[in-house]
Write a protein that binds this ligand. Structure first.
Ligand SMILES: Nc1ncnc2c1ncn2[C@@H]1O[C@H](COP(=O)(O)OP(=O)(O)OP(=O)(O)O)[C@@H](O)[C@H]1O
Ligand SMILES: [Mg+2]
Length: 418
């Protein structure tokens, strides 16, 4: 066995906690997921922890089930951050080039990067990531790496992702109470993007859309750079709740109905609309018979509500209907029957399902859109993603520029010509 380090991704989702251990089994090959543990999550609502003990237990169970698959246990994890408290804004850093001969140095990059991070916008806010968009050297924009170039004024346009401190601290607390240390924190939507989006899609203009259980998160890229991130506090779990209300049944039965008979729209039923669902066959204590089309109508209504919010976000950045590479759907909700066609109509964009890439034929089977975030977290721990600027050191940067130094290393690499 090689002595390659183990990299661990932990995605504490509203419905499912996912824990993956990865390792490069062969040099020059993609890393492999050598262990995968999942647990149904308790103690989260809409992507944030509402009960520390319950959420901690979910992490412990997922960790234990992954640990059974490997010899050495792991204690350091890369954790995903999610929740509708996440927001983003554009920022501009400006510095004068320090060398007398006007040659830009890495030290100038460090200064402009610090200058671009004005710190959190409020007391209970924390900076989660500062993602560089472009350098501008004496009004010349679109510069990827200005080191070695000559100029007087260096600017950096960046996207700052910020969140509320308390939900971030709460998830950190759960991870620690589960006996784990945090190696790094990464915004979940960025992690998911890394595992499913190609460079070409990002260059053309694309949206990653993660339909989870309690949230729908999105990340928009254009000209190879991140331009927007948003988290909507509605997800596929709300569809289950709607079905439970519509059928006057329990959440458990409604979930089974959704998984077995659900479709994203009545239009996607291929003539099965009149097929009857007998609830007593789903669970002996239940009574009632409903047509499949009734369930599809409930699902469609909720998905349309989610897409209304998504379209509002796209409108806010003037990209509605304007992303040539379309939308790439991930998260458990992306498994809904007929979701691609329904989404094409609603979003007026090309739509694909995102299957996580970048890990080689794995021992643990992760080729499902549900695992996009988790795989992205793992990839951020390996060099070849070129995205070491993803994420921040834990607990570092609320109120200061801590964590930024960590990112700089990766940032400089990111900007080197490809
Ligand atoms: N085939 C399917 N059809 C419809 N919904 C599905 C299907 N498979 C999974 N789901 C739903 O996907 C959700 C779980 O997805 P996922 O694991 O991405 O969510 P999560 O990460 O726990 O939540 P979040 O990201 O919002 O915190 C559940 O609501 C589940 O019902
Ligand atoms: Mg999720």
């Amino acid at each position: 066995m090689t002595k390659e380090p183990l990299v661990v991704g932990l995605d504490v989702g509203t419905a499912v906690t996912k824990f993956a251990v990865a390792k490069r089994l062969r040099p020059d090959k993609e890393p492999a997921i050598i262990a995968l543990g999942t647990a149904s999550t308790e103690g989260l609502r809409r992507g944030v922890v509402v009960d520390i003990q319950d959420a901690t237990r979910s992490i412990v169970i997922a960790h234990e089930s992954a640990a059974k698959m490997i010899e050495d246990d792991v204690h350091e994890v890369i954790v995903g951050l999610n929740g509708s408290h996440l927001s983003c804004h554009h920022t501009l850093g400006k510095v004068a080039v320090s060398r007398a001969d006007g040659e830009v140095t890495e030290e100038d990059i460090a200064r402009v990067f610090t200058n671009a991070n004005p710190g959190p916008s409020g007391q209970n806010k924390t900076i989660l990531d500062v993602v560089p968009k472009t350098f501008v050297l004496d009004e010349e924009s679109g510069i990827k790496n200005p080191v070695g170039m000559n100029g007087i004024k260096l600017e950096l346009e960046a996207l700052v992702i910020e969140g509320s401190s308390s939900p971030v601290k709460n998830v950190e607390k759960c991870v620690h109470e589960a006996g784990l240390q945090i190696e790094r924190e990464v915004v979940g939507a960025l992690a998911a993007s890394e595992s499913v989006l190609t460079k070409k899609q990002k260059d053309l203009g694309v949206m990653m859309l993660d339909i989870g259980a309690g949230t729908t998160s999105m990340a928009v890229y254009e000209e190879g750079r991140l331009i927007h991130v948003a988290v909507i506090p509605i997800g596929a779990g709300h569809i289950t709740n709607d079905i439970a209300i519509g059928m006057r049944t329990s959440i458990e039965v409604a979930e089974k109905v959704k998984l077995k008979y659900g479709a994203a729209s009545e239009d996607e039923l291929d003539g099965e609309g009149n097929l009857q669902i007998d609830l007593s066959k789903v669970s002996p204590e239940e009574v009632g018979v409903f047509p499949v089309s009734y369930v599809a109508a409930i699902i469609e209504a909720r998905l349309k509500e989610i897409y209304d919010y998504v379209l509002q976000e796209l409108k806010s950045i003037e990209r509605e209907g304007l992303l040539p590479a379309g939308a790439v759907l991930v998260g458990g909700g992306a498994n809904l029957r007929g979701i691609v066609e329904m989404s094409k109509r609603e979003l007026r964009l090309p739509v694909k399902i995102g299957i996580p890439q970048g890990v080689e034929g794995s021992i643990a089977d992760v080729d499902n859109p549900t695992y996009a975030t988790m795989v992205g977290l793992v990839l951020s721990g390996f060099d070849e993603t070129g995205d070491e600027d993803l994420g921040v050191a834990p607990g570092g940067d609320s109120g200061s520029s801590g964590g930024i130094g960590d990112m700089l290393k990766g940032m400089i690499k990111t900007f080197l010509p490809e």
